[in-house]
Design a protein around this ligand. Sequence first.
Ligand code: ADP
Length: 195
Amino acid sequence: MSRFLLIGPPGAGKGTQASLLADAYGIPAISTGDIFRANVKAETELGLLAKSFMDKGEYVPDSVTNDLVRDRLSHEDAQRGFLLDGYPRTRDQVLKLDDILHASNQKLDAVVLLTADTDELVKRLLNRAQEQNRADDTEEVIRHRQHLYLEQTQPLIEIYSSRDMVIEIDGLGQVSEVTERILNALTKLGLSPAN
Ligand code: ADP
């Protein structure tokens, strides 16, 4: 049973690492960004609302995001553990996640912080813009997303550090090297994929 968070600035490679790690541990990777994008594509009510924020690089309001995560974590597949990618991103989301887990007698095992320097991040996101055509990957919106991360999300690392839960991983290098670093660090904490 493993419950992880993956935190890092836009472009750090969270999505890629999230699915590799989730596979290794046999748990679902739950990405709020992916869920919002799927809703945008399907033109649901949630999608229409989320799109108005995402296109500008703004965060979707906490009340909406928290309800979404609460619902997703109640699904059967998340009872054996989960990896949350891109949530929590604000102080309010941290508190809500605490409540959700507390109510079901669950607790987090580790918070994986994926780091990379800003120039590399912007370069990666501009490349992705060409490959995937994401509406929020224009240079101006990328800069705004980086700014919001520093202002709203980076402070969360302190909260989780004070709980002694953070492992910091250098996100530069080959995808497989980064995965290896994360798996090694988690294994050292007694959280090996074989558990
Ligand atoms: P990135 O981290 O690279 O910006 P994501 O796919 O994780 O990409 O998120 C894309 C967008 O989805 C964010 O810019 C934001 O608008 C929205 N989003 C995702 N997760 C959250 C969250 N936890 N709280 C608020 N908005 C979110």
